[in-house]
Design a protein around this ligand. Structure first.
Ligand code: F6P
Length: 326
């Protein structure tokens, strides 16, 4: 018999479509297993400030289709400090919370790992970020929806790009990772993609501009991940404009619209599976792990492993762009 009687759930870091579906799954699975469950508003920030709300089955009705997070999110500076974490531990004790499910990305799990070490509170993480940059899971919640949002936007940009025979540089989110840019680039038929994981090869870009764009004299779209290390989208576009005054260059920064919207079926189902699995993992006395999704199965990945290792882009996908953009 597990000692866990009461679970707290929070969302932290950048929100991602499907987080609500994950909250719903955690709440309903807890009730199913006869546990008490509370929501913690505004992530670790709200935990320190004692923003705890009782949750029941109806608190999560009608949210599976909503983007954002009903529990709200935050990036907490105070949780990075020992004092902040000690306050959070007091709140947990006060409310007799036995374990936490934290939904978020690597920052969320880094906080969770330290918190467990310091205060011995069992925590299971559910990967939720549009960046898909967590090691140990093929997909993170929100990545599929965000990819579809990017594709829809790029499809629209292509209409006007083609009407004016323009060259567009489109910035896609991903501070440190190019998963969203790469997947969206393939699906939207972009001519090239620049990602933080691969040093921008100016010669290659030049060859593409000379042979591809020039020859076809039509529109082209280059997706640039936000974290492209060398210049960023504006500088790259400026440089190309300067070196090629013959091209009509434009820049679009997609920004936070990529984080919103109703989650896709894939994200809703993934969030539901992982949310329920997180509660079951806690009941099984697991702690300091992330529940991930590998080869269509739920896996348990220790926070240490998920955080220490870097998830790599699939090389085959990188070469796909080259083959398909000729
Ligand atoms: O981690 C998710 C993410 O959307 C990144 O892609 C992006 O770099 C960052 O969050 C933006 O953070 P914020 O919303 O705090 O500006």
């Amino acid at each position: 018999m597990s000692k866990i009687k009461k679970i707290g759930v929070l969302t932290s870091g950048g929100d991602a479509p499907g987080m609500n579906a994950a909250i719903r799954a955690v709440v309903r699975a807890s009730i199913y297993h006869k546990l008490d469950v509370v929501g913690i508003e505004q992530g670790y920030h709200g935990l320190i400030l004692d923003r705890i709300i009782k949750m029941d089955s109806s608190s999560v009705s009608g949210i599976i289709n909503q983007g954002g997070t009903i529990l709200k999110s935050a990036r907490s500076e105070s949780f990075r400090t020992k004092e902040g974490r000690a306050k959070a531990a007091e709140v947990i004790k006060k409310h007799k919370i036995d374990a936490l499910v934290v939904i978020g990305g690597d920052g969320t799990f880094t906080g969770a790992r330290i918190f467990t070490q310091e205060h011995n509170i069992p925590i299971v993480g559910v990967p939720g970020t549009i960046d898909n940059d967590l090691y140990g899971t093929d997909y993170t919640i929100g990545y599929d929806t965000a990819s579809n949002t990017v594709i829809e936007a790029v499809d629209k940009i292509r209409d006007t790009a083609s009407a004016h025979s323009r060259l567009f540089f489109v910035e896609v989110m991903g501070r440190d990772a190019g998963f969203l840019a790469l997947r969206s680039a393939i699906a939207a038929g972009a001519e090239a993609v620049l990602v933080p994981e691969v040093k921008t090869d100016h010669q290659k870009l030049e060859t593409f501009l000379q042979s591809g764009f020039k020859k076809k004299k039509t529109s082209s779209i280059v997706l640039v991940a936000e974290g492209e290390k060398e210049f960023g989208v504006v500088k790259i576009a400026d440089q190309v404009s300067k070196n090629h005054p013959e091209y009509d260059v434009r820049v679009t920064i997609l920004g936070h619209l990529q984080r919103g919207g109703s989650p896709t079926a894939f994200d809703r189902v993934l969030a539901s599976r992982l949310g329920v699995s997180a509660v079951e993992a806690l009941l099984d006395d697991q702690k300091s792990i992330m529940v991930g999704w590998v080869n269509r199965e739920v896996v348990h990945v220790p926070f240490n492993q998920a955080l220490k290792n870097k998830k790599n882009l699939t090389p085959a996908l990188l070469s796909l762009i080259e083959v398909l953009s000729i």
